[in-house]
Design a protein around this ligand. Sequence first.
Ligand code: NAD
Length: 245
Amino acid sequence: LYPLQSSKRCAVIGGSGFLGRHLVEKLLGKGYTVSVFDIRQSYELPGVTFHQGDLCDKQALLTALQGVSLVFHCASPAPASDDKALFQRVNIQGTQTVLQACTEAGVQKVVLTSSASVVFEGTDIKDGREDLPYAKNPIDYYTETKIEQEKLVLKACDKEKGLLTVAIRPHGIFGPRDPQLVPILVDTARRGNMKFIIGDGSNLVDFTFVDNVVHGLILSAESLRPESPICGKAYHITNDEPVRF
Ligand code: NAD
């Protein structure tokens, strides 16, 4: 017997990661039943069911998505990995597999964590709106695959078929347990490798506190209804002002 589908039953793909775990904790606090799907299990939490597997494996996904009506897709290889084939496999083919599995499992909503870098082409953006075009020359291969991933998810939004999708685009995420952004900056500084400036020191960069990203993800999930204007759209998410770097 499949568990009964309920709007409060969700899955977080990449739920063992930095953002995913913060999202899981907030969802539990809001009364959601949460399944985590990830290639690794990095913690234990009462009320969370862990499914260890690769998101490129549809059968493994289908097991984890039984009875689930809402899926948050927050999994990606680390941007620093520089492994083209891995980005291609996980972010593009894997996302196709996630969407197929969601359709087969009767999932109603998919919320993707995309990236603000999908519109960045090397020139500062201030007050950038969502109608900016995708970067023609993405800054790296990770971003190239995040663009394709976002297009796939937004294109899959189909009210007739009963699958609604939306994407949230943060830039650098910081907060407790951040494994990358701040630790890498601190480590680089400690090794004395930050004693030079690229450019004239006025480049803009945007950071978002992890709780704000989580808030944006949950708000978009809860607002995603067939009549909602957010269906099939992407939204930038930020704190307030970008930082001069
Ligand atoms: P993270 O590395 O902490 O978490 C990603 C998780 O995905 C990990 O737990 C990893 O095990 C899992 N994963 C990777 N490949 C997988 C696969 N094949 N199958 C199943 N699980 C897999 O990264 P994060 O910082 O939490 O990022 C979450 C999302 O936010 C990603 O989509 C990333 O592109 C996006 N994002 C992050 C930042 C940032 O600054 N951290 C900024 C913009 C966008």
